[in-house]
Design a protein around this ligand. Sequence first.
Ligand code: SAM
Length: 266
Amino acid sequence: MNPFLAWTGGKRWLVKVAPELLDIPFHGRYIEPFLGGGSFFYSIKPAYSILGDSNRDLIITYNAIKNYHKEVVRLLKFHHNNHSKSYYYLVRDQIFKDDLEIAAQFIYLNRTCFNSIYRVNLKGKFNVPIGTKNKVIQDNDKWDEWSKALQSSKLVWGDFEQLVDESTDGDLLFLDPPYTVRHNNNGFIKYNEILFSWADQERLAKAANRARKRGVKIIITNANHESIRELYCNDFSVKEISRYSSIAANSVNRNRYEELIITCNI
Ligand SMILES: C[S@@+](CC[C@H](N)C(=O)[O-])C[C@H]1O[C@@H](n2cnc3c(N)ncnc32)[C@H](O)[C@@H]1O
């Protein structure tokens, strides 16, 4: 099932190039502390899950879809019918207090802003300009299913470390952090460094290592960079992957493999 949000760094493609990741057996909970668009969650559809993100409005939106999706869709239809350039900026600059309105605003902006980017200014206000897409309500929307899949999920707003530390033997932990590397000249990764520093990347590796020792099954995705390999080289299996091909242990052309799949206890 495709997710209801389009998300920068989203892993919609991952299940296509590495479908075996969906077949990993586990008898505990599915835990995803960097939820974003939740594409892996919606593909795996686990029986029990804990989903988290540091983006407060994102978690409010998932909670609203879980508990009141019909009301959210009603508000979304209103946005759909009124969508125009001036209406977009009016909605973008409004500060809502009600969770249903926050959720409808979040999904409306995600579906109509430039390239579905999520970016905020220094005051934490969403500041992405309008994009070219104008279909807020889409033919392939599956609101009932998106809501149903969340019924046995606990949604947590906050930093990843608390959820990683909560994982125990038998759980499956899926970690898809913003990509940052120790030194780089990549503009996209540089922007991420404001959101997720190298120190956060090291903190994540330490937390993942603690979870590994508890017997948790772990999948991590990250940039294909020497500094990331060094973080995980000892106790994890590290494979290169390209969104254009399947997992390759020995790449002929290293540049083609732009991401890493890091696993353990699997
Ligand atoms: C690469 S995205 C995840 C994409 C997601 N897997 C998907 O398929 O759409 C990374 C997410 O991590 C969140 N994030 C950033 N820093 C975080 C932190 N310290 N703790 C928890 N979540 C964080 C961001 O808000 C963003 O949603």
